[in-house]
Design a protein around this ligand. Structure first.
Ligand code: ASP
Length: 425
């Protein structure tokens, strides 16, 4: 077997981990050699920036197309209003609660604060401009009054909105508006557009696939740059371990406390029976890291083992795969706080609010595939003024966390289908 064959036979998450380690080693070597840090910044770091740019490049098309595809998939507005309103309402509530849990855990534990203070000052200087610009913008919004935030969501020019990743909320607004209008029209009139968006969606997902294939190289380059920026300081690794632990604890709170409570109070299913029935689905999601790939198993389990009607499950679960990602949203919040803490960026209250709203809305556009949230995370980071390069810190250890949050995502979908199906609701 050649080295190349060996490499392509290695699972992607392993390649990313290897990339991370290689980046650290390159960074350490560069620190020892004279002029090494400059070499890294001139010849290696740009590859990492290309990776980040690719993630940012695909963000607007991904969110726009997958939102419209998801909405037009709701078939017609009457199906939408019958169980659709209730489903979407519950989905949004569970997502918000998951995000608030992430926010509480991230602010309470503050894993990113474990890094060395001197390094933080150094990095702050490094990333000074972006953070300051955004802070200024946030302060201006505060001066404009409480509803300025709402006004900002409505674009006056959609092309202009699409040209700025920081204005993704405006794109989401346009996509939802577009989706609602196409739902209101007779099916045969909008059929060509639905077909177009379905195939556009496949193309964009393929592009995401390619970008993620580049991740091991991108992560290696970014990591080498971070090590030279951190000047060999290792406190970042203990911070990383605490960050991972924080995500794991948050996921278990959702799985073992939040969902059983919902099942107990809002459905007729016994929480134990629910946990036992869902276990194989969670395991499947854990191994595939993809809620979309798990959908057939989730559908079969909720119908056969939990007795949820076909009418409800065939609508609620496919919609949930696209729009409901409690695990992902909770994790994203912790990740954003962690990166901000490591880079020494203090987030204001209004920035935290933007994070909550952005995460709720952008989780709708997150594809249910392994690493589907990377693009979205890069986008949310940019829009609150945190350098997206910070992603390099967490991508190397992301796979196990991805597996766990996917299990949470599919469980959340099943819980909501049980709640919508329940006559007491
Ligand atoms: N892998 C996740 C899912 O399929 C998405 C993500 O968080 O990256 O649900």
């Amino acid at each position: 077997m050649t080295v190349r064959q060996k490499l392509s036979a290695t699972p992607l998450y392993m390649q990313i981990l290897i990339g991370m380690i290689a980046g650290i080693v390159i960074g350490i070597i560069a620190l020892q050699a004279k002029g090494g840090a400059i070499f890294v910044s001139h010849w290696i770091q740009p590859w990492g920036q290309i990776f980040i740019r690719l993630l940012q490049l695909i963000a607007v098309p991904l969110v726009f197309i997958s939102l419209i595809k998801g909405m037009t998939g709701l078939k017609d507005i009457s199906t939408f209003s019958r169980i659709g309103g209730k489903t979407i309402g519950i989905y949004i509530c569970t997502t918000v609660i998951a995000i608030l849990l992430g926010l509480a855990m991230g602010l309470l534990i503050q894993p990113g604060k474990l890094v060395n203070h001197e390094q933080v000052a150094h990095l702050q200087e490094h990333y000074h401009t972006v953070a300051e610009e955004k802070k200024l913008a946030a302060e201006q919004t505060n001066e404009q009054g409480p509803l300025a935030f709402l006004t900002d969501i409505v674009p006056s020019n959609v092309i202009e909105a699409a040209s700025d990743n920081g204005k993704i909320l405006q794109i989401i607004f346009f996509a939802v508006f577009f989706g609602l209008a196409s739902l209101a029209l007779p099916a045969q009139k909008v059929q060509p557009v639905i077909a177009l968006f379905n195939s556009l969606n496949d193309i964009v997902l393929k592009m995401v696939d390619y970008i993620i294939l580049f991740a091991p190289w991108g992560v290696a380059a970014l990591m080498a740059g971070l090590v030279t920026d951190f000047q060999g300081d290792t406190s970042i690794f203990s911070a990383l371990a605490v960050y991972a632990l924080t995500v794991v604890v948050a996921m278990f709170i959702l799985l073992l406390v939040f969902y059983p409570v919902l099942v107990h109070f809002f459905t007729r299913i016994n929480p134990w029976k629910f946990i036992r029935a869902m276990y194989p689905v969670q395991l499947f999601a854990f191994t595939t890291s993809s809620s979309a790939a798990t959908l057939p198993v989730t559908l079969k389990t909720v119908r056969d083992k939990l007795g949820i009607s076909e009418r409800v499950s065939s609508f609620v679960l496919p919609v949930g795969v696209t729009i409901n990602m409690d695990g992902t949203s909770c994790y994203q919040t912790i990740a954003i706080l962690f990166i901000a803490q490591v880079l020494g960026i203090d987030l204001s209250f209004s920035q935290l609010c933007i994070i909550v709203v952005m995460t709720v809305l952008s989780s709708i556009g997150t594809p249910g595939i392994p690493g589907g949230s990377y693009v979205i995370l890069a986008m949310v980071l940019t829009s609150v003024g945190i350098p997206a390069e910070g992603l390099a810190l967490i991508l190397g250890i992301d796979r196990p966390l991805d597996m766990l949050r996917t299990s949470v995502n599919v469980t959340g979908d099943a819980v909501v289908s049980a709640m919508v199906d329940s006559p007491s609701q």
